[in-house]
Design a protein around this ligand. Sequence first.
Ligand SMILES: Nc1nc2c([nH]c(=O)n2[C@@H]2O[C@H](COP(=O)(O)OP(=O)(O)OP(=O)(O)O)[C@@H](O)[C@H]2O)c(=O)[nH]1
Length: 128
Amino acid sequence: MTTSPILVVAGVLTDGDSILITQRFDHEGGLWEFPGGKVEHGETEPEALARELLEELSIKVEVGEYLTETLHHYPTKSILLKSYRCKLVEGELTLHCHQAKAWVSQSELEDYIFSDADKPLVALLKSK
Ligand SMILES: Nc1nc2c([nH]c(=O)n2[C@@H]2O[C@H](COP(=O)(O)OP(=O)(O)OP(=O)(O)O)[C@@H](O)[C@H]2O)c(=O)[nH]1
């Protein structure tokens, strides 16, 4: 039996030359990723991303340019990860669902261990 991949949106929020990345808790694997989450029924991808960033980080963002998508098969699930640039509109960034955050330059991205599904996006950002 094949199941459809889970649609997940990820936001690339920048401040000057720095990119925001967030780290999952150790019990979730402790990997770095881009904030975001699953698209719920009836939501557009930008709506889902704006909702997730408000829930996870207490920030309002404007969702901008579509960046890329990756279909990745984890052992227990498949996800379709779609990424968009985001611009901070308002709010003080507060972590509600992650153990850490970092603002990193393009070249510093390689110092962090990302979820496998994020690797093509990380490569794209490093090349820009
Ligand atoms: N947010 C986010 N999730 C990612 C990324 N890369 C990646 O593999 N994922 C995976 O995609 C799934 C997203 O789930 P999530 O837990 O963030 O989404 P959610 O907040 O809607 O979930 P929940 O309400 O069911 O807990 C997780 O399995 C997560 O590990 C990424 O860059 N950002």
